[in-house]
Ligand binder design. Sequence first.
Ligand code: UGA
Length: 434
Amino acid sequence: MVVERIAVIGTGYVGLVSGTTFAELGHSVICADLDEAKIAMLQRAEIPIYEPGLQELVTSNVQKNRLAFTSDIGEAIRSSDILLIAVGTPTLESGDVDMKYVHHVIATIVSHTTSAKVIVIKSTVPVGTGRRVEQELRTALPHIQIDVVSNPEFLREGSAIHDTFHPDRIVIGAEQAEAGKRIAALQSALPGELLLTDRESAELIKYASNAFLAAKISFINEMAHVCEKVGADVGLVAKGMGLDKRIGPHFLNAGIGYGGSCFPKDTRAQLKIAQNVDYDFKILSAVIEVNQLQRERFVDKIKDTLGGKLHGKRIAVLGLAFKPNTDDLRDAPALDVIHALQSLGAEIHAYDPAALHHASKLLRDVQMYDDLYDAAYDADAIVIATEWETIRQMNAERIRSLMRYPVIIDGRNMFRPDEMSRLGFTYVSVGRAA
Ligand code: UGA
C-alpha cells in the first residue's frame, strides 16, 4: 500500500471522522482547523463531538504518529499531497448553499501550494463546485498539477465509525482517471462497491441519496396519518412494504420526522439547485412540508391527549437530540415541540443522556435532568422525542408510580401499545391504534 500524506481541512464531524479513518487505514494525516480552541482540545486527545468509538481511534492513531492536529492550515497544505476539504456548507436564508468556508479554504490553498496536489471535496457542495474549484486553482497556479475529485460522505452521526468501515459504496467523481484511482486506492481496504463517476454525478449522488431517504421518512409519516384514520398499524405496513427488496426495510420508521444537520439542509439545497436550473422538484417540496407538518401534528396529538389544555401541565420530554447516540441538537424535532408546548403554557422537564450541555444554551425555562426518572417525577405526561436505548430500557412500573398521570405520547413508536395499556398507561403513538 502507498502511504499518502493527507491534510484534512475542517475538523467538524466529517473531517474528524474521515481524517481518523484514513490514519487508521495507515496513511499519514494532519487535521487542520482555524479554530484554535478545538485544535488544542484535539491535541489533548479530547473529542469535541459525541461519537461512540471515536476517542479510542483518535488516541491510538495519535500514539502511532499517523494522526496530528494543527491550526496552521498553510503548514498542513505545504506538507501534504492530498488535501481533503471538509468544511461546513450551511444553507443561506435564500436556500442557496453558503460556500464562504469552501472559498476561504481555496484561497488558502492558492497561497500555500508549491507542489502538485489532489484536492478531495468531502463537504456536501452544489453540483458544479468541483469543476469551478479546479478551474480557479489551475488559473491561479498555472505551473502546478492540480486535480479536484469529489468523494461524498455517507456516514451517519452516532454510527459514524461503523458506517465508515462498512460503507455500502464509495463514490468518487473525477475528470482525470489517475486522480480518481489514487483517491480510490486510499480506501481500497474498505469493503463496499466502488463507483467511479464524473464529478457532477458524484456531487448529485450525495444530495439525491439524502433527499430520497428524507422522502421515505415523509412518505411513511403520511402513511401513518392514513393508518390512524382507517385503524391500521404503520409499523406493520412498513414491515410489509420493507420485505419487498425493491423498497427495503430502512428509513420507514414513522414518528416526529427527520432532523439533524443533513436532511433538512440538503433537501432545501437540492430544491434550490433544481430551482436554479428552472426545475420545480415537486416531490421534494412536499417532503420538506410534510416533515414540518409532522412536528405540528405531533403537538396537536399531545394537546388532544391531554384534553385540549396544556396550561400549567407538567410535561416530561424524554430525548432532545435529533436522534440517539449523538449530542447534536441541530434541527432536532424536540426543540420545536418544546417551544410549541411552552407557548401553550406547559411546564417542561427534559431528559437527555448526552445533549443537556448544548440544550441548556438553546432552551429557556426548561428543567433538565440526566436521569429520566427524575424528569418523569410528578409529570402530567411523558413525551418521547428521541429513541434513546435508556428510554427503551426504562422500568415502566417505576415511571408510572412517579408520574402524576400515567400518560405517554410516543413520537418514536418505541413501545407496544397493548403492552403499555397492560402496564396501566394511556399510550398514544404515531400511526398506530392506542
Ligand atoms: C444522514 C444520512 O443517513 C447519511 O447517509 C449522510 O451521510 C448524512 O445524513 C450526511 O449527509 O452527512 P444523519 O443525519 O447523521 O445521516 O442521521 P440519520 O440516521 O440519517 O437520521 C436523520 C433523521 O431522520 C433523524 O432525525 C432520524 O430520527 C430520522 N429518521 C430516520 C426517521 O424519522 N425515521 C427513519 O426511519 C429514519
